[in-house]
Design a protein around this ligand. Sequence first.
Ligand code: IVH
Length: 666
Amino acid sequence: MSIEDRIRSLRESLHYHDHCYYVLARPEISDAQYDGMMAELQRLEQEYPQYADPLSPTQRVGDDHDNAFTQEAHGYPMLSLGNAYSFDELRDFEGRITRILPREPVEYACELKYDGVSINLKYEGGRLVRALTRGDGEKGDDVTANVRTIRSIPLQLRGSGYPGSFEIRGEIILTNEGFAKMNREREENGEVPFANPRNAAAGTLKLQHSALVARRPLDCFLYQLAGEELPFATHVENLNAAREWGFKVPSYLTRCHSLQEVFAYIEKSELLRDSLPFNIDGIVIKVDSIRQQQLLGYTAKSPRWAIAFKFRAKQAVTRLLSVDYQVGRTGAVTPVANLEPVLLAGTVVKRASLHNADQMALLGIREGDWLRIEKGGEIIPKVVAVELERRKAGSLPMVFPERCPVCGSALVRQKGEARHFCPNDTGCPPQIKGRLVHFVSRRAMDIALAEATVEQLYGRGLLQNVADFYRLRKEQLLQLDRFADRSADNLISSIEASRQVPFERVLYALGIRYVGETVARRLAAHFRSMEALSRASREELMQVGEIGDIIADSLLSYFSDDRNRQLISDLQQAGLQMTAGETPAPRSGLLAGKIFVLSGVFTRFSREGMQQFIEENGGRCSASVSPSVHYVVGGDRMGPAKREKARQLNIPVITEDELLVMAGRP
Ligand code: IVH
């Protein structure tokens, strides 16, 4: 066999076994056999570079070339779908169809609505040539290099019968398991975990280096073909054919002969939803006949032949056992309902937040009530209603306590505040502990100390206030559970290092009410020292951008308290930074002179964090898109108005990864 033939045969085998493993989940050979073939192919490709091929299975590992993400037009626009939330709305959908096709029976294809990121794959001659994100529906970003690393996407199609040229659309997703694994790794590396699998998939798809993408367990489900020469007359047959060509087309695809059957499919899927290994947010219903689809056509935004049935947020009813009133580090008291455990969207729920006294009054909660709880996209469930018909006669209204449940001080509630506060900030244990934990946190003083250890130190009387961290001695640490020589040394040096943390973070670490990271940064930049800040008058404070009455009051009251003044003096003695550095030198000047507008939700940064990052690198942020703006940084769920304005003004919309690259921090 010639070298070229051997290479070809290895590639074919590896493509075949990728398909068995990643699409069919039915491996036919051992990992060792697979690795052996891969190693041989890698060696041959290295020795004989004349046979290189970007679609070789060896290329799935990606590389560290910077992705360009240039924009390209879709062959066919990528439209969105109209939504229905009830069976009645589906009857209306069918009504609109029968008005256009009065004498024809209509069959439907039903699919799950996968909750990920849409992708458009273009194949020519059976080979993957382009992968584009949805973009604005007309043009998308070229993410081919990243998509090539997704093992379940065929680089070379199998069998025959596929059109010479066509596009296929699908959803790039992370399974719940893949997501959990990825977040575990991120946490171990000290990185911020992703909020949900969709964000994680979206963030991954836009990574600069495909080698990083290759290490994340992305998957891809296909749901729509587009092309002039599709082989069959119905959607279901075409998708079944695509499955034969090597695509992952989930088996939930079902043909329904009537709307009644569609309803049954929806009911069944809703039951299935919690046991699926990936997230879905509804069902997609499509007219099955391609001819009928063409007759029905499109409205400006979406096809008339398809609709999404969106699931309502999951609800459950359970009994209220008691209400806890939790005291946070600022003294805010939050009512939390303890519930009889109930299964909701795959997890057992035992607690739900009641937010504040107003919210409790609005719901009119009484002891022993049955409550309706709901879990939307978020993790923490909320109480949406009381089941009045199940209320016991004579039950008593819940009364918000007048005294702090921990220290007994009378609670206060200022005008315009929804929350009650315990004013005993220096004597109320959860407030003291909360402040200690906040002080050491990563974005504050960044002292490597677990919450449980802080508790222990507090419990043994070694920590009363945050200045005590700087009085800790190694002998004291060695008395703690699970503390040995090495861990004690590490903690001492971590405390030592915190003496260099810049002033703005020291200010944030104090935990003054309403002084978050952004406010601390502004105050530090304006007053430049703790001394000047502590002497500032109300008028002087309010001259600082975004500082209003409430924050000014909070600062004045903090600095008027002798105990706080003493604490600051102790911290100064301990060597903490109490003045802003000489020059607030930007980390890199690479964004100098550039103005950015932020829109949407970001995966790597909080909004404030991104603003800080831009400012540290010499750039500025603006709230609205205007001709002086240089870039719009677009995140998930970016506002359509900002996108449109940017388009009109020809201002590039960049991703957060592109921003990092721009600042020299890929
Ligand atoms: S069909 C013209 N089928 O939902 C037909 N879309 O709001 C367009 N999606 O952007 C889409 N699962 O990313 C279709 N089985 C499915 C889907 C699906 C998820 C997403 C897709 C699209 C959005 C439409």
